[in-house]
Design a protein around this ligand. Structure first.
Ligand code: PMP
Length: 420
């Protein structure tokens, strides 16, 4: 399959060779690389992509969830074009940022006060800093398989380049273990940082009892509960916290919230966040040239206020549930050890029989089978992440679900004999 890929993508190969003259491996975003070389995309429209060799794809990756609106949504484009006409960087407060902040707060009432950043990574770093200052403690509980950004990574992937925090690592979806670990640290935790569904870790939903239990655990040990909803905010109008009725002390957001442009936000309890109020003599300084950049603020607000209604969110999640059911039905019928995990519009293909409740269920995953499926889908005009992540976008309709299921079925049929 990789030989056929190489033969069909000569321009992608050339582009990578050029890129390698200036960037290590020709890459500036590790997750996008796979051998023999990654596909180079030229343009997108709706939920379609075209690569530099002219092949078209159904976009089932949706920019690792930041592409929720699809490519070139006319409302978001209009907002960006209107903002552009007034100048890009105004060196000042602008009228877009409070609109977006209020809209975020309307959806996430636990965010009594919030601030913007450029990325989800930064949002998490600042939430942790806020927790240190508030509690006077340094230790942070995180979970195996978690991903909170390029410098806050606990997945099995390549060697992490983590900032030197004092982390305590607990197994995900194992409340008893988390409780034992937390209570074993006499000088206490500053925060428990958790994804309500592990995204990069393989779309593993946090079980409701586990997440409710972490709320109680944080209270018991005087730590702040930080929900990283960078990926999961799209799973309900008020994110997973809204759906579960859990009020975290702090929340971090990112991805599609900036309308497809760089974005991050952190916020929560007023008494924690007001330390950032610059009128205070002991204010925490949180600077960042692009924190309130006009384009992200304007695009983010237009998307939330005019596109991403509660109905749009639940419609897309229903479509995702249906797709996942059909894929798992197909795998069972064909008798192959493949499984699609996830919730709503977010999912991940795994080369294991499933179900996937913890990382232990991914042990012994057949990496070759997964790679084979990836290249087979590319050849059939379907683009997913090399690691199996899929994120639906709003332009998806019933026919896109059919298209993806047919492509997966054909790919599996071709290789039934070698699949686990
Ligand atoms: N948290 C989670 C749960 C994420 O999935 C990601 C990105 N994949 C981040 C944080 C980091 O966001 P960014 O890439 O914008 O820094």
């Amino acid at each position: 399959a990789t030989a056929r890929f190489a033969a069909r993508h000569p321009r992608s190969a050339t582009r990578l060779r050029e890129a390698q003259r200036a960037m290590p491996g020709g890459n500036t975003r590790s997750v996008l690389f796979y051998p023999p070389f990654p596909v180079v995309m030229a343009r997108g429209d709706g939920c379609r992509l075209w690569d530099v060799d002219g092949h078209g794809y159904l976009d089932a990756l949706g920019e690792f969830t930041a592409g929720l609106y699809g490519h070139s949504n006319p409302i978001i484009r209009g907002a960006i074009e209107a903002a552009l006409r007034h100048g890009l960087s105004l060196s000042a407060h602008n009228e877009h940022e409070p609109l977006l902040a209020l809209e975020v707060q309307r959806r996430f009432p636990s965010m009594e006060l919030l601030r913007f950043t450029n990325s989800g990574t930064e949002a998490n770093l600042l939430a942790l800093a806020a927790a240190w200052v508030h509690t006077g403690r340094r230790r942070i509980m995180v979970f195996d398989g978690a991903y909170h950004g390029g410098v806050l990574s606990f997945t099995a992937a390549a060697m992490p380049l983590n900032v030197p925090h004092e982390f305590v690592r607990a197994p995900y979806n194992d409340l008893a273990a988390a409780r034992a670990l937390a209570l074993g640290h006499a000088d206490g935790l500053a925060a428990i940082l958790v994804e309500p569904m592990q995204g990069s870790g393989g779309c593993i939903p946090g079980e409701p009892d586990f997440l409710h239990g972490l709320r109680a655990l944080a209270d018991d040990c005087g730590a702040l509960l930080v929900f990283d909803e960078v990926m999961t905010s799209r799973l309900a109008f008020g994110g997973r916290q809204g759906a579960l009725g859990i009020t975290p002390d702090l929340t971090t957001l990112g991805k599609y919230f900036g309308g497809g442009l760089s974005f991050g936000a952190f916020g929560g309890r007023g008494d924690v966040m007001e330390r950032f109020d610059p009128r205070r003599p002991d204010a925490l300084a949180h600077a960042g040239t692009f924190n309130n950049n006009v384009l992200s603020m304007a695009a983010g607000y237009a998307g939330l206020a005019r596109v991403l209604t509660a109905d749009a969110i639940s419609g897309l999640n229903l479509r995702g549930e249906l797709l996942r059911e059909r894929l798992n039905g197909l795998f069972a019928r064909r008798g192959v050890a493949l499984h699609c995990s996830g919730m709503g519009s977010l999912m991940n293909l795994h080369a294991v029989a499933g179900p996937v409740r913890t990382r232990a269920d991914l042990q012994g995953e057949d990496a070759r089978a997964k790679t084979l499926l990836f290249f087979e889908l590319l050849e059939r005009g379907v683009y997913i992440a090399h690691r199996g992540l899929m994120a639906l976008s709003l332009p998806w309709g019933d026919s896109e679900v059919d298209e993806l299921v047919s492509a997966v079925d054909a790919a599996v049929a071709r290789h039934e004999a070698v699949l686990p």
